[in-house]
Design a binder for this molecule. Sequence first.
Ligand SMILES: [Zn+2]
Length: 375
Amino acid sequence: MKGALFLGKYADIKVFLHWTFFVLPVWIGISAFRQGYSWEAISWNILLVLAIFVCITLHEFGHALIARKYNCKTRSITLLPIGGVASMEAIPENPKEELNVALAGPLVNIVIATSLYLALSVSGSPMPSFDKDFVIGSDNFLYVLMYANFFIALFNMIPAFPMDGGRVFRALLAIKISRTKATRITAAFAQVIAVLFILIGFFYNFFLIIIGVFVLLGARSEWFVEYSRFMLREHTVKDILIHRYESMEAGSSIEDAVKHLLDSTEDHFLVMEEGKVVGTVNKEILLKGLDDHDSHVPVREIMDRSFRTLHPDDELSEVYNPQKGLLKSGHLMPVIENGKLLGVLDFENIAEFIQVRTSLLRRKKASMGAENINS
Ligand SMILES: [Zn+2]
């Protein structure tokens, strides 16, 4: 994620703090200051936010470490003001495994809350009264942290994507019905919950509207991922690879490359050197190159070297998996077998393939309906 500060690494999982995170302690500090709190109370407030985020990080590690048991790697955990995001390369498709991964996060918060409860009971520390004069301080800090952890666990168990409860709900359904059907039901249910949040938010609390929108977007993206996977299953790269593509030599100048661009209907090109693909360029890269460099500079200097190479037998659902974040819109991927370039593939082509399959499926359903009426 861009604009994120690297905090550290554990079990090969990097932890980042997104810059927007700093909005939170600053906002808490300012609102506490405006309410006339003492500096000591303001410090306790900020400390509480930081402690909660340590618990959220542990929650994400709960998911990540259980997922690793099922061979699903997590690249990083990023802390945002709204919570933590674990970038997993895949989520286990076996419903029981997905259930365990989803439950592991909230379970961490339950364990923290229960430990705090036991420690506070043993120490005989008195229960604070949460009246309107309540201020966070040394005498009630751990109590508030305990309640916060119970709340995090409860909130995450709301049965709607993108919350953990949504995954639990889907996994439970997927034990009995197909994963695609289970996702469709869970996503539809999440949308109902989202609308309820937004409606209630209008009357009571603005924050609920934000959560509602968050759930709405989460449900849509989860459905999109599952739908694409369903449409692409049993298809491989060789089914849709593009045989007609254009290329240019790495040594040719930016000026010549732009001429090539203007002379062609394509705006994506492979860059070749001694018969091998060494990079890719598109219209944006060429125009930016023209802005930043002398027009005699070779294309080699500006090309994108981070292109991904595919094998004709690669599964399309793997290539198109947005969770892996490997597919960039507007970039060509050369398809190579035994060192031989067979063709190219891009994001747009896979998206078109999904659209075509959707139309075909609709057509098939419509004609089956007509047959039923006729018979
Ligand atoms: Zn979680």
